[in-house]
Design a protein. Structure first.
Length: 127
């Protein structure tokens, strides 16, 4: 049986369903999807797509740190966008949070995200 632990950060939004912010199994951390919720208010941040993308990265960063790692330890990042026209903006902002070598990544266009968010991200981290 794998040694499994639940990761939680008060600096990231509380789970809004039947899931944990992240689960660590061995040295691998599975990060649940983060949408641009302000952890203090549990409401979507106000502003354009840039504001939402930055909030998602900040939420992921908080969970990574609670697991003993950092964004740089993410090996696989999944990005979900309600409009793929925002892909360039994601790349520009991601470059301010990550350094090479970048994680493996997928970007997927979706019809809808929870709470009307424009972006959601999840990932896998190795610590």
């Amino acid at each position: 049986m794998t040694n499994k632990s639940i990761i939680h950060s008060d600096s990231a939004p509380k789970a809004i369903g039947t899931y944990s912010q992240a689960v660590k199994a061995g040295n691998t951390v599975y990060l649940s999807g983060q949408i641009p919720l302000d952890p203090a208010t549990m409401e979507l941040v106000q502003g354009d797509i840039s504001v939402q993308i930055k909030r998602v990265f900040e939420n992921l960063k908080a969970v990574c740190e609670a697991a003993g790692g950092s964004l740089q330890d993410i090996v696989k990042l999944n990005i979900y966008l309600t409009d793929l026209a925002h892909f360039t903006t994601v790349n520009e902002i991601m470059a301010t949070y990550f350094q090479q070598p970048y994680p493996a990544r997928a970007a997927v266009g979706v019809a809808q995200l929870p709470k009307g968010a424009l972006v959601e991200m999840d990932g896998v981290m190795v610590v």
